[in-house]
Design a protein around this ligand. Structure first.
Ligand code: DOR
Ligand code: ZN
Length: 356
């Protein structure tokens, strides 16, 4: 399969997405549900989703919000059979009992944000050793730990924070919990790709579409471009190339996680702009473009539809989606209440179109 005009693959899942809450949720949930059968929903709300009750209530709000979303005209045959997969936000005080309760209630994973690493991470972990009783329960129950793997040490260069996290924390953590399933979320570096590739079956990683398509020049081309700013930040070209190689390698350790993170345009186009790229609107088109760029479309299905499910121990989806090589114009912006939401590639033409 070198350059097919159309590809049909098993319906994919998004193993890392931010759906937010309330009005913002209602504007974005349909985009994710339209393309994906399931999505792992990040718990970094304000306040964060730290308990099973909060996660179940959030799930109910997501489904209620989705029930009100109208299908685009002409896509009547496509439904929103969508399952949000819920997560807990790990804190220094998360108990083993809470983990057991979460597992029993169908919560699929727990997210570790180092305190201060990113959006709404203030309640995150200040010292990983404080989480060891929770991690021990997760290891016992087979519940994955999803890690925002960046150190927060301000003396470490921003572009090195992922690689340093591996050396300072991840190596020891994996020794202490050899059978804990760990996902390095949204990896951005050659070091992370190599580390995950060399790991055992308990280690996996998600990769975003924007980290496959862009390097850090995108943030500074012709002026500062806040819609390309996310965390972990885009890196040098050699890292982008390493991520494409990992994603298209056919290795089951890498899977799709958009990290689609909606922020109102005025909060990104700001003196202290928020981190996050909004890719849910055209996620599969962007991934198809990235895989096609290296002639590796035959590996897209495993990356998008099989590897994540297998890692989490969940059944693979049965439906199909079709993408066609056909120019697809992106809107300049999307409605976001009284604000605007600028999707990645706003106003540009994408080479792939989501057909059904
Ligand atoms: O760019 C990002 N945005 N990275 C994260 O880790 C969080 C996310 C958000 O929630 O906005
Ligand atoms: Zn994220």
């Amino acid at each position: 399969m070198n350059s097919p005009q159309e590809i049909t693959i098993t319906r994919p899942d998004d193993w890392h997405v931010h759906l937010r809450d309330s009005d913002a949720l209602s504007k974005v949930v349909g985009h994710t549900a339209f393309q994906f059968a399931r999505a792992v929903v990040m718990p970094n709300l304000k306040p964060p989703v730290t308990t099973t009750e909060q996660a179940l209530a959030y799930k109910a709000r997501i489904l209620a919000s989705l029930a009100k979303v109208k299908l685009p005209i002409g896509l009547k045959g496509v439904g929103f059979a969508f399952e949000p997969l819920m997560t807990l936000y790990l804190t220094d005080t998360t108990t083993a009992a809470e983990i057991e309760k979460a597992k029993g209630a169908g919560i699929v994973a727990v997210k570790l944000y180092p305190s201060g690493a990113t959006t709404n991470s203030d309640s995150g972990v200040t010292d990983i050793r404080k989480t060891y009783s929770a991690l021990e329960a997760m290891q016992r129950l087979g519940m994955p730990l999803l890690i925002h793997a960046e150190v927060t040490d301000s003396s470490v260069d921003l572009f090195d924070r992922e690689a340093v996290f591996i050396d300072r924390y991840l190596i020891q953590l994996r020794k202490d919990f050899p059978e804990l399933k760990i996902v390095m979320e949204h990896i951005t570096t050659e070091e992370a790709a190599q580390y995950v590739q060399a790991g055992n079956q308990y280690l996996g990683a998600t990769i975003t579409a924007h980290h496959l398509l862009y390097n850090r020049n995108a943030i500074f081309t012709g002026g500062i471009r806040p819609h390309y700013y996310c965390l972990p930040v885009l890196k040098r070209e050699k890292h982008r190339v390493a991520l494409v190689k990992a994603a298209t390698s056919g290795s089951p350790k890498f899977f799709l996680g958009t990290d689609s993170a909606p922020h109102a345009a005025h909060l990104k186009e700001h003196a202290s702009g928020c981190a996050g790229c909004y890719t849910a609107f055209s996620a599969m088109e962007l991934y198809a473009e990235a895989f096609d760029s290296v002639g590796a479309l035959e590996h897209l299905e495993a990356f998008a539809s099989f590897n994540g499910a297998d890692f989490y121990g969940l059944p693979r989806n049965t439906g199909k989606i079709t993408l066609r090589r056909e120019s697809c114009q992106m809107p300049e912006y999307l409605a976001f209440g009284r604000a605007k939401l600028i999707p990645l590639r706003a106003g540009e033409a994408l080479p792939w179109r989501f057909v059904s």
